[in-house]
Design a protein around this ligand. Structure first.
Ligand SMILES: Cc1ncc(COP(=O)(O)O)c(C=O)c1O
Length: 394
């Protein structure tokens, strides 16, 4: 493996030497927000082998490699069924359709998320109804759900943002009281635990994204729906294959949304590493939290007592966020913003007529959040450099 120094990612200055040791002061290091190349280096032989097997088998769409991954992923999520689809957005849309959401229905969700959450609701013909997030962990403020329920409400879609589980018990309680479906948006939370149980196993269905940069990411677009309900699983599978269960027999109008064989094979290799990678993400988080806890102007992320967060992103809140980001970027650090504008303030949601001030917690988060690099292949040396630079910039 090529060292960081050889790749030109580190610029250092010799500051001292003894007989056995040369001391360098690191002046500049290039540390991206995520480094998929570094991850690939660790699994290269295995992925090359399984990709070759898929090519030789010619099972390019669905096929045995995808089926094996679906079975293992269902088990991993502590559910009975997983259905691979083309991407996480399709997983949300197909899950909504499979639980019976129809045009005109209302689905309660959050405005502080990636647009795909509400986009999926929109393209099913339903209306996204926003509830603000809580400031502790950026997930749905469960105390505000009930006030948004109307005669048209049919479902709640919590988002396990940044890998932190939403508070599922109160959500399930409200859902039960009003006979609503629950679809978890688990796109960022593979393997996260809520009260010791895997996310994805709480709702009627849950949607995962396997976008390359996700904690469990394919080598292209991919997604999956998990559920304990065979009817939901069968419906997702059928809808994703042009409404057919047998070739050229189309029972309903459907879509083309199936897991590619190569993606299923890659995901199978990566699933075996996921828990180790999560462990490293949590170590990195612990390191950052400790090193930054007393730095004025920075709020490190909280983890609720019932949560085991998988830290898809390590997100702090910081004063003068844009300047801090710029300075870190200049120092080679891929600090990024997830997400600068809550959905209700995005142009494409203008039709909702929800102006600034509608969701204060989301809006404040949008102005202050900053994500530091947090990926399993980061070395201790890289972490030290990030912390050193953050302390300089804040
Ligand atoms: C919270 C959330 N929901 C849904 C999606 C959609 O997933 P995909 O990009 O695979 O369509 C994403 C992807 O970034 C996401 O972060």
């Amino acid at each position: 493996m090529i060292s960081l120094r050889e790749r030109g990612k580190i610029i250092s200055h010799r500051v001292g030497a003894t007989k056995n040791c040369i001391t360098y002061e690191v002046r500049f290091m290039k540390i991206p927000q995520a480094d998929l190349r570094a991850q690939y280096e660790t699994i290269k032989n295995d992925v090359t082998q399984v990709i070759t097997e898929v090519i030789e088998s010619t099972q390019f769409v669905r096929g045995q490699a995808s089926k094996r991954f679906e079975e293992r992923f269902a088990k991993y999520c502590e559910v009975d069924y997983a259905v691979g689809v083309a991407n996480g957005t399709d997983a949300l849309m197909l899950a909504l359709r499979a639980v019976g959401i129809q045009p005109g229905d209302e689905v309660i969700t959050v405005p502080f998320t990636f647009t795909a959450t509400a986009e999926a609701i929109h393209w099913v013909g339903a209306k996204a109804v926003f509830v603000d997030i809580n400031p502790q962990n950026y997930t749905m403020d469960v105390s505000k759900i009930e006030e948004k329920i109307t005669d048209h409400t049919r479902a709640i879609m919590p988002v396990h943002l940044y890998g932190h589980p939403a508070d599922m018990d109160p959500i399930l309680e409200v859902a039960k009281k009003y006979d609503l479906k629950v679809i978890e948006d688990a796109a960022q939370a593979h393997g996260a635990l809520y009260k010791g149980r895997k996310v994805g196993s709480f709702g009627h269905a849950a949607a995962f994204s396997f976008y390359p940069g996700k904690n469990l990411g394919a080598y292209g677009d991919a997604g999956g729906v998990v559920t304990k309900d065979i009817k939901i699983a069968d419906t997702v599978r059928k809808l994703g294959d042009h409404g057919s269960v047998r070739k050229y027999e189309n029972e309903t109008m459907g879509f083309n949304s199936r897991l590619d064989g190569i993606q299923g094979a890659v995901l199978g290799v990566k699933l075996s590493h996921l828990d180790d990678w999560t462990k490293r993400r949590r170590e990195i988080t612990a390191y950052y939290n400790e090193a930054l806890q007393d730095v004025a102007g920075i709020e490190t992320p909280g983890e609720s007592s019932w949560a085991n967060c998988v830290y898809h992103l390590y997100v702090v809140q910081v004063d003068s966020r844009d300047q801090v980001k710029q300075r870190l970027n200049e120092a080679g650090i891929g600090a990024a913003i997830h997400y600068p504008k809550p959905l209700h303030l995005q142009k494409c949601y203008d039709f909702m007529k929800l102006g600034a001030g509608s969701f204060p917690v989301s809006e404040r988060a949008g102005e202050r959040v900053l994500s530091f690099p947090n990926y399993p292949e980061m070395t201790d040396e890289m972490l030290e450099y990030v912390v050193q630079q953050v302390k300089k910039c804040v």
